[in-house]
Ligand binder design. Structure first.
Ligand code: BV8
Ligand code: ZN
Length: 243
């Protein structure tokens, strides 16, 4: 397939993963040179890791903050921001990514279901909201404390923690007629299950990436290729007149 036609009655739900930021120079998780080649999930991305060695968790997320701040949005991010501007009422973007490249490309209606690198929050359930924080912490004693005395942690959803705004996501998926999934291996739930939910609702489901994801069976179409090369020309927005 060389184009995805979008009609005025379509509700578009886009889900992105680490692959969309690969051409911006940010490593993915499970590719051979990925993040999980250098770190173990158990050491940097679980509540137990935080309790056991918060300094190691901050080293991991501080280095990713630095890398994300140096990276630039690529044509894939820009293509999604452009599509949103053509479909202001019909477009929703959910990302598993914690970098801010979608925002910096111009995306507005966006949800970070696994948290954000550019924010920190209290390690305790004290009720205070996450704060903007782009600091690169070299050691634990540099990490500020919350007014309640708790230490600030990355505003990241660790494995075993509940992804953010799941109710809002379920509502968005329920009204979707076209789901486009970009650059995710389909190995982490509940995100990897969204395509099956969309398919059950009768939505068209399209995957974009260089290799088949683990949840490939859920897709009506698989468009093989790099997101930065495929997305810019992929969508064909039909106006009411054409329809
Ligand atoms: C939860 C933090 C309960 C931020 C992350 C056993 C079976 C099934 C599930 C489980 C299980 N045991 C435990 C679970 C649940 C667990 C899970 O799924 N584990 C997996 C590993 C088995 N999930 C959880 O714990 C989640 N919480 O379940 O709570 C619950 C459930 C429902 C409702 C309420 C409560 C929490 C998951 C969040 C964990 N945090 N990250 C960060 O550090 O970044 S997940 C981490 O992996 C990232 O956030 C990322 O989003 C996610 C997925 O990775 P991908 O984005 O897919 O990246 P990957 O490297 O895997 O793939 C890259 C892809 O890009 C590849 O396909 C490649 O081909 C492609 N690509 C490469 N180059 C390009 C490209 N594509 C396009 N263009 C290119 N140029
Ligand atoms: Zn607190």
């Amino acid at each position: 397939m060389d184009h995805i036609a979008i009609s005025p009655s379509d509700q578009v739900f886009v889900l992105t993963g680490a692959g969309i930021s690969a051409e911006s120079g940010l490593p993915t998780f499970r590719d051979s040179d990925g993040l999980w080649a250098g770190y173990r999930i158990e050491d940097v991305c679980t509540p137990d890791a935080w309790r056991r060695d918060p300094a190691e968790v901050w080293r991991f997320y501080s280095s990713r903050r630095e890398a994300a701040q140096k990276a630039q949005p690529n044509p894939a991010h820009l293509a999604l921001a452009e599509l949103e501007s053509q479909l202001p009422e019909q477009f929703f973007l959910c990302t598993q990514n914690v970098d801010d490249l979608h925002e910096r490309a111009g995306s507005v209606n966006l949800l970070h279901m696994h948290g954000e690198l550019a924010k920190s929050r209290c390690e305790r359930e004290c009720g205070r909201a996450p704060v903007e924080d782009r600091a690169v912490y070299r050691s634990l004693d540099e990490v500020p404390r919350c007014a309640c005395g708790g230490r600030l942690r990355p505003h990241i959803v660790f494995f075993g923690e509940t992804p953010l705004e799941m109710d809002r996501l379920q509502d968005k998926i329920a009204e979707t007629t076209l789901m486009v999934v970009v650059g995710t291996s389909g190995s982490v739930y509940p995100a990897a299950g969204f395509v099956h939910r969309g398919r059950q609702r009768g939505a068209r489901t399209v995957y974009v990436g260089p290799e088949e994801p683990l949840n490939a069976s859920g897709f009506t179409h698989v468009v093989k290729g790099k997101a930065g090369e495929v997305l810019p020309g992929l969508f064909q927005v039909e106006t009411a007149a054409e329809n």
